[in-house]
Design a protein around this ligand. Structure first.
Ligand SMILES: Nc1ncnc2c1ncn2[C@@H]1O[C@H](COP(=O)(O)OP(=O)(O)OP(=O)(O)O)[C@@H](O)[C@H]1O
Length: 251
């Protein structure tokens, strides 16, 4: 199994407060890795470290390394715009831009210099197909994205991320604002997407983590208590804290 991202001794502070404590895990290529744990344990902070979204917060201090395809993304010569193209992100609340469905998907490719209409048309169609949204919107590409349902908007955001040809897709509770049917659609979509992309997902939903992920990391107060194959974490955890959390004894 190939390694996509290797995190070594990652520490992060918000001012004086340490939010990540010496985290080390391997994220495998074309697998889904779930990050679970109680509220405030550092899951989102960890996820944001994988494409340097925490750089945007001035009080943050980070130590350690995150190797993407063997290269430290925190090295001085890294182009952060390029990094965020390679490691895309989908957020908790669908956040389409207030523009047409077509323009939402074409936005990233245009920023990265693609201008030819035929080329953009192709990317938009391919991305919407991969995000399992094409059939629902193909006749409405010029309509506002804001008119879509929440679940459709989230798939549009996934299409927008795919459009710039990422390697890794980070998802921060991507279904927590969605109804059960839209949630299942996104979960089915993730199973398709992992054929091509490496996915890391933060989820509060234990069933979701066990249904969709291949690997799971259990976080507690900034520590990764246990990281293993999802089956092992859910059926035979090695640590008592993991077992207590999985079985609903706290959190
Ligand atoms: N911008 C920030 N400034 C200061 N502290 C922060 C900031 N963002 C997060 N924290 C703190 O860092 C810790 C970890 O937060 P984080 O959001 O990563 O946890 P989480 O496990 O994703 O939580 P949740 O499941 O509730 O989303 C918390 O104590 C939080 O209060």
């Amino acid at each position: 199994m190939d390694t996509k991202i290797k995190v070594n001794n990652l520490n992060l502070w918000y001012g004086e407060k340490q939010a990540l404590k010496n985290n080390s895990i391997t994220i495998y290529d074309k697998k889904i890795t779930a990050l679970i744990g109680p509220s405030g344990c550092g899951k989102s902070t960890f996820l944001r470290c994988l494409n340097r979204m925490n750089d945007l917060i001035p009080i943050v201090k980070i130590e350690g390394e995150v190797l993407l395809n063997g290269k430290n993304i925190y090295a001085k010569d890294v182009d952060v715009v390029e990094l965020r193209k390679t490691v895309g992100m989908v957020f908790q609340k669908p956040n389409p831009f207030p523009m047409s469905i077509y323009d939402n998907v074409a936005y990233g490719p245009r920023i990265h210099g693609i201008k030819k209409k035929s080329e953009l048309d192709k990317i938009v169609e391919e991305s919407l197909k991969k995000a399992a949204l094409w059939d629902e919107v193909k006749d409405d590409l010029k309509k506002s994205a804001l008119g879509l349902s929440g679940g459709q908007q989230q798939r549009l955001c996934i299409a927008r991320t795919i459009a710039v040809k990422p390697d890794v897709i980070l998802m921060d509770e991507p279904t927590s604002a969605l109804d059960p049917i839209s949630t299942l659609k996104i979960e089915d979509l993730m199973a398709e997407l992992k054929k091509e992309y490496t996915i890391v997902i933060v989820t509060h939903n234990m069933q979701q983590a066990s249904r969709i992920s291949d690997y799971t990391a259990f976080f507690l107060m900034g520590d990764i208590i246990e990281f293993d194959k999802t089956e092992k974490i859910f059926l035979e955890p090695s640590e008592k804290e993991t077992e207590d959390y999985i079985s609903g004894r706290f959190g």
